[in-house]
Ligand binder design. Structure first.
Ligand SMILES: Nc1ncnc2c1ncn2[C@@H]1O[C@H](COP(=O)(O)OP(=O)(O)O)[C@@H](O)[C@H]1O
Ligand SMILES: [Mg+2]
Length: 372
C-alpha cells in the first residue's frame, strides 16, 4: 500500500511547544542569572578596547554545562552592540580541529581573499597576519573546547601562532580560550599561559535551586502553558544537579521530552517522557565525551567494553601488556573510579566467598564509538 501525505500534519496533533527554539543549544538567553561575577570579570577583560587599549586574553574553565560558552557569547554580543569597532569570531575546536582550519577561519574573518587552491599552513598564517593588520576592527577570537587542539602536537602549534600575533603583530587582538579542563593552563607552556591566559575565570556548577530557576524560565518560554507539570522542571533540575550541575543536559532533555510528548500526541509532557529523554540524552552526551578522554582512560574503557563484565585485576593484566601503559595498579583503580563517576563505565560488587569482594566493570559506551 502506498501511504499518501507522509509529512502532512494531522489536524489532531497536539503541540506542547510555544516555541521550541528556546531549548536549542545555540539559543542565547536575554539574561543570564547567577553569573554576575563571571560576567563582570569578562567585562573587565574587554573594557580596555573601549579606551583604545589591548584587551586581556582570558581563559574560562569549569565542567560541562555551567554557562562558559553562553557567558562568553553574551558579553561579546553586548560589546559588539556597544562598540562597532570590535568583532568576535567563535570557533569550536571540535569542529575546527586543525591548525590549518582555524588559521583559515581567522584569515577569512579578517577579510583575507584566500585562493581556492590549498595554501601551505605557513602561507595561510602570513595572509592571516596581513589581513588582521588592516582589518579595521579589534578581532576577538574565541576558541571553545580548546583542549581538543592540545591532543595533537601539530594542532597545539596554533597557540604559538596566536602568541606570535599577540606578541609581535602589534595588533590589538583578544583571545578567549574555553575548556572543561580546569587544569589545562598548568599543561601549557609558561609563555603561552602568561600571554594567552592573562586572566582565568573559573565557573562553578549551579546549585539545584539555581538549576530549577534557570529551567523554569526556559520551560515557560518554550512550552505552552499547561503543557507540562511543575514536576517535570523539578525532576530535570534534580537530574542535572546529580550530573554535576550540567544545565545543558537538562535543557536538551526538556526538548527531547517535548518531542516525545508530541509523538505520543498527549498534549502534555509527562515525567515518563522526561525519563525516556534522559536515557537518550545521556547516551548521546557520553559519546560526545569520548574524544575528551585521555589515552589511558580510553584504553581502559576499550578493555572493559571488549571484555565485560571484567574485574579490576583482569583489567590491569590486559592493560599492562600495552607498551604505552604507565598507570600502576593503584592509579589504575583511581582512574576507574573517575570513569565511573563520569558514567563512562559502571560496576557491580561481587562477593567472593570468604575471600572478600571484587568489582565487575561494564562499559556504557558501545564499542563502535571507541575506535581511533
Ligand atoms: N545562567 C544561565 N541562564 C540561562 N541559561 C543558561 C545559564 N547558564 C547556562 N545556560 C544554558 O545552559 C546550556 C549550557 O550552557 P553552556 O554555556 O553551553 O555551558 P558550557 O559552555 O559551560 O558547557 C546552554 O543552553 C545555556 O544557554
Ligand atoms: Mg561550552
Amino acid at each position: 500500500m502506498v501511504r499518501k501525505n507522509l509529512f502532512r500534519q494531522s489536524s489532531k496533533e497536539k503541540s506542547v511547544f510555544l516555541d521550541e527554539r528556546y531549548l536549542y543549544p545555540e539559543h542565547l538567553p536575554d539574561t543570564l542569572h547567577y553569573r554576575d561575577k563571571e560576567i563582570d570579570s569578562l567585562v573587565y577583560c574587554f573594557d580596555p578596547i573601549l579606551k583604545g587599549k589591548k584587551p586581556l586574553n582570558v581563559f574560562l574553565a569549569g565542567p560541562t554545562g555551567v554557562g562558559k560558552t553562553v557567558s562568553a557569547k553574551f558579553v561579546l554580543k553586548q560589546l559588539e552592540e556597544n562598540f562597532d569597532r570590535s568583532k568576535s569570531l567563535y570557533l569550536n575546536c571540535f569542529e575546527f580541529s586543525s591548525r590549518a582550519a582555524i588559521l583559515n577561519a581567522i584569515a577569512n574573518f579578517a577579510g583575507a581573499a584566500l585562493p581556492r587552491r590549498g595554501l601551505a599552513t605557513d602561507e595561510i598564517f602570513t595572509k592571516m597576519l596581513e589581513s588582521l593588520k588592516k582589518c579595521g576592527f579589534v578581532p576577538i577570537i574565541i576558541l571553545d573546547e580548546v583542549d581538543q587542539l592540545l591532543i595533537s602536537e601539530i594542532n597545539s602549534k596554533l597557540l604559538y601562532d596566536l602568541l606570535r600575533i599577540v606578541e609581535y603583530g602589534k595588533q590589538s587582538i583578544g583571545v578567549v580560550m574555553i575548556s572543561n579542563d580546569v587544569s589545562l593552563t598548568s599543561k601549557l607552556d609558561s609563555r603561552i599561559k602568561s600571554s594567552l591566559a592573562e586572566q582565568t575565570i573559573i565557573f562553578n556548577p549551579y546549585t539545584p535551586e539555581q538549576l530549577k530557576a534557570i529551567l523554569s524560565e526556559r520551560a515557560a518560554l518554550a512550552f505552552l502553558g499547561g503543557a507540562y507539570d511543575k514536576d517535570v522542571v523539578n525532576v530535570a533540575a534534580a537530574h542535572a544537579a546529580k550530573l554535576g550541575g550540567d544545565c545543558r543536559v537538562a535543557i536538551e532533555s526538556l526538548l527531547k521530552a517535548g518531542r516525545i510528548a508530541e509523538r505520543e500526541n498527549s498534549g502534555k509532557v509527562s515525567l515518563d517522557n522526561l525519563q525516556q529523554a534522559f536515557g537518550s540524552v545521556d547516551a548521546a552526551s557520553l559519546i560526545k565525551g569520548v574524544p575528551h578522554l585521555n589515552s589511558d582512560e580510553l584504553a581502559l574503557v576499550k578493555i572493559i567494553s571488549e571484555n565485560q563484565p571484567i574485574n579490576s585485576g583482569k583489567i590491569y593484566e590486559i592493560y599492562s601488556k600495552n607498551k604505552d601503559a604507565v598507570l600502576k595498579e593503584r592509579r589504575l583503580r583511581d582512574t576507574l573510579s573517575n570513569l565511573e563517576k563520569k558514567n563512562f563505565i559502571s560496576s557491580k560488587q561481587l562477593k567472593l566467598g570468604n575471600k572478600g569482594i571484587t568489582k565487575e566493570y561494564s562499559s556504557s559506551i558501545p564499542q563502535q564509538f571507541l575506535q581511533g
